[in-house]
Design a protein around this ligand. Sequence first.
Ligand code: ATP
Length: 236
Amino acid sequence: MLEVSHLTKRYGKVFANQNISFALPEGSITVLLGPNGAGKSTTLKAIMGFLRYEGNITVDGLPNKGVAAKRLLGYVPEMPALYPNLTVAEHLEFVARAYRLKDYKAYADELLDRMELTDKKKKFGDELSKGMQQKLSICCALLPRPKYVLFDEPMIGLDPHAIKELKAMFTEMRAAGCTLLISTHIIDSVDALWDQALIMQAGQVLAAVDAHWLEQAGETLEQLFFRLTEQSAEGV
Ligand code: ATP
């Protein structure tokens, strides 16, 4: 279980996250939705331990900033951060060495194959298109087989084949017991995939809903999103 408790992050006078709490149940897919500036990326960065904040975040009961928790976490940032002077293959080797992975090559090849990067193995980071960079960033995050993976707008820039593969990978990872948190603006892209949805606005979580609950309530995720975010914006 990954637990975020009373997370508050301020940038000057702006509350990027304002006292938010939620949990990611094990083996589930949670989607994080919200308008621009709602605080989604800040939440993911706080979980990864990249920021200073108030509140408490634990991963399987371990403090998120400790090495033991970091081994459990994978992260696909909104903007791929690659090394211009390393090739595609060297990026994966770098990750494998950092995590001291043994016998990683078959899985690295599988990931590259699924992201259609096999013929780009010798290309340098700065020779890749934006979409290819995003695909490599996904491969690097998944190579250590993290138990929890945070994806920040993972579909942006991907071609239809990669989107289809990535969606299949989401469900395969969940079936293997992984827990995923996916921030996205494209509600359609996560339809039928998610177990829990968190809807954020102005640094707060407006709702945390279960897929079965929403289905029984007869509302779509898109309808709920607009109902909550437009209502809340009117109330401001
Ligand atoms: P988007 O959908 O546009 O990516 P988001 O929901 O991911 O948005 P965040 O990037 O978390 O939103 O930003 C939340 C708020 O925090 C915004 O008001 C933003 O301007 C502010 N913010 C984020 N990063 C910084 C920073 N490094 N310095 C100052 N303010 C920041």
